[in-house]
Write a protein that binds this ligand. Structure first.
Ligand code: MN
Length: 619
């Protein structure tokens, strides 16, 4: 184990590799400060706690982040885990550093219930990151080192949760910031914990493919280099690039687990001096090997929304279908490290559009849970599409989004004042479904207003929340009337008649829901924040004990399954095919160990590995 001086020297060496003029004095100061503060503390692995802090800083340095960020990495756990006072950090290391360290320090344990605290912690971190991006950069490095050492964590359920959160949230943010290095490490480290068997299986495929194609890779590299030279291109690099485990896993799922349909496990990357050289190289590759029609993607002319730039083309090469990625040195650096690729970038203002959007979600969300849901639904949904503004800016939306969703995503005022949509030059209704690459233009009117009925078809939470918020603030009287109507309608539907709510019942409802004014409850019923059914349950509890609940219970009891005569197995019904009692069914073992019940022949399980499927029958 290297001693402390060696560690410090190493950290400074890595920092200077990317930024040779870096002022490392502050890194030194923070290094010894943190070392002293964490003295005596140990991690689950038994190693000194300071080691975690050092590794975090090292990851930051390796990813070319600035000395200020590395310094914050060294200090990141001092507030939470040692007796360090905020004042101390401010005086010794400055206000900026205090903001970053505070930004990732978790909230105290007492104030919140478990899941609330979890959501609140994430919300706070995101909003801090929107102010100063370095908060999320330190969090990335902290998380990467925690994942590397996750095996020492004592509680298995906590391990899975950390891995899942890293995959579902942090890796996707890294993708948004075009930080491929960080993204791929977060993905593979987490995937290993979430689905160890699949991880091993895919890893094996990659190793096998690499070995099998070794000669092909070397020959191709050699030939491309020669032909580029012959065509007078200079200062270029040709390299092989291999997909990371998790991205191959995702691709295989999309391709029915058919490895022969994945053409880019191995791809070739050609890195050149200028854009013009890139297009020249594209021509040269196509003259050498016949391109597959429709497989050329020009992300230089049309960069991905995260800024990724490269030209991808797939060609027939000997018997192999092969992908080439053509890019400039500058673009390549950016694709690997995001904005940190530029030596004199301003990390604090690295705030991409994406962080601007985070701020908007934060304003529109009432609770932290709502905030987290919105992020998961609107930002991280797997099959998002891109709609284009008339200027050509790409707006990311979940599938089946409507012009209203588009409008609110662009700007809250555009949503609130929207009255007509034009999709690809034609007038479209406000509930039309937007397709990928549609050009959407929103017409506004000064006196236009959000409508209650929009809530029935909008897809994004940001739109839903913005509409609700507007209605709540501007349509108080109307909402009270609507709420009343909804409640009466539901009473008639369930009980068969309207029950008058007297003062005593009102009191009861107010107490139960912890409210002061009955009208605010009616408003929330109108905005479907409170279910009418829940109010009726308070008004006439006796009705539910005997009828409705009993019926629900019966239904549940009927829907039990057995495996080889073993009863009462933990299971749930797949939402994709919604099997009913009597259907032919099959069980899928989820990574959480549940049996998910699918209809036989359901599309969703077609691609799943055989060993995870199990025969089940109705009890
Ligand atoms: Mn930490």
């Amino acid at each position: 184990m290297p001693n402390l001086e060696d560690k410090l020297e190493n950290l400074i060496k890595i920092t200077k590799k990317w930024d040779k003029d870096a002022n490392t004095e502050m890194i030194e100061k923070a290094f010894w400060f943190a070392e002293k503060k964490h003295k005596g503390q140990k991690r689950f692995s038994g190693e000194p706690y300071f080691n975690h802090v050092y590794e975090t800083a090292k990851i930051l340095a390796e990813n070319r982040f600035s000395t200020k960020t590395i310094k914050a990495g060294l200090l990141h756990d001092t507030l939470e885990d040692t007796n360090t006072k905020e004042e101390e950090i401010k005086d010794l290391f400055g206000e900026d550093t205090l903001f970053i360290v505070k930004g990732i320090t978790k909230l105290g344990k007492i104030k919140y219930r478990n899941d609330e605290r979890y959501a609140e912690n994430l919300r706070r971190m995101f909003t801090n990151a929107a102010e100063d991006t370095r908060v999320i950069l330190v969090k990335f490095a902290d998380r990467i080192h925690n994942l590397r050492t996750l095996g020492y964590h004592k509680k298995p359920e906590k391990r899975t949760r950390i891995a899942r959160e890293s995959l579902e949230i942090y890796a996707r943010i890294a993708n948004r910031l075009n930080m491929w290095h960080i993204q791929s490490e977060l993905e593979d480290l987490s995937f290993r914990w979430i689905d160890p068997e699949e991880y091993k299986r895919i890893k094996k495929i990659i190793i096998k493919e690499k070995k099998k194609n070794k000669d092909f890779i070397n020959q191709t590299k050699q030939e491309i280099k020669e032909v580029l030279k012959k065509n007078k291109l200079e200062n270029f690099k040709v390299e092989g690039r291999i997909k990371n485990v998790y991205s191959l896993y995702k691709k295989l799922q999309r391709k029915n687990n058919d490895i022969s349909k994945v053409y880019d496990i191995l791809a070739f990357r050609i890195i050149l001096n200028s854009e013009v050289d890139c297009y020249k190289a594209l021509g040269i590759i196509h003259a050498l090997n016949k391109p597959i029609p429709g497989r050329i993607k020009d992300y230089i002319a049309n960069p991905k929304p995260n800024g990724y730039k490269s030209i991808h083309t797939t060609v027939f090469r000997e018997k192999m279908i092969t992908e080439f990625q053509i890019t400039t040195h500058k673009m390549h650096d950016f694709n690997q490290y995001g904005l940190a690729a530029h030596p004199k970038y301003k990390e604090k203002e690295l705030a991409s559009e994406w962080f601007e959007y985070l701020k908007k979600i934060n304003l529109a969300s009432e609770t932290s849970k709502e905030f987290l849901e919105t992020i998961k639904l609107d930002v991280f949904s797997k099959d998002n599409i891109y709609a284009l503004t008339p200027k050509g800016d790409a707006i990311e939306l979940p599938k089946e989004s409507t012009p209203i969703d588009f409008a609110y995503k662009v700007h809250t005022d555009l949503g609130n004042k929207c009255y007509q949509a034009i999709i690809n030059g034609k007038i479209a209704t406000l509930d039309s479904k937007i397709e990928n690459n549609d050009i959407v233009s929103i017409k506004t009117k000064k006196n236009a207003q959000p409508k209650q009925k929009w809530l029935e078809f909008v897809k994004t939470s940001i739109a839903r929340q913005s509409i609700k918020k507007w209605l709540k603030n501007n349509k108080k009287a109307e909402n009270i009337v609507i709420g009343k109507e909804v409640l009466i309608k539901k009473m008639k539907e369930i009980i068969g008649k309207e029950i008058k709510i007297d003062e005593k019942t009102k009191e009861k409802i107010l107490t139960k829901l912890n409210r002061k004014e009955f009208n605010t409850i009616l408003e929330d019923v109108a905005l479907s924040n409170i279910k009418a059914l829940d109010i009726i349950k308070i008004i006439a509890p006796e009705l539910f004990k005997n009828q409705v609940f009993k019926k629900q219970k019966e239904e549940k009891e009927n829907l039990k399954i057995t495996i080889n005569n073993i009863k009462n197995i933990k299971s749930n019904f797949a939402k994709c095919c919604r099997p009913q009692k009597g259907d032919d069914i099959v069980g899928y073992i989820t990574s959480m160990g549940y049996i998910q019940i699918h209809k036989k022949g359901c599309r969703k399980i077609k691609n799943k590995p055989k060993y995870r499927l199990v025969d089940i029958e109705w009890e």
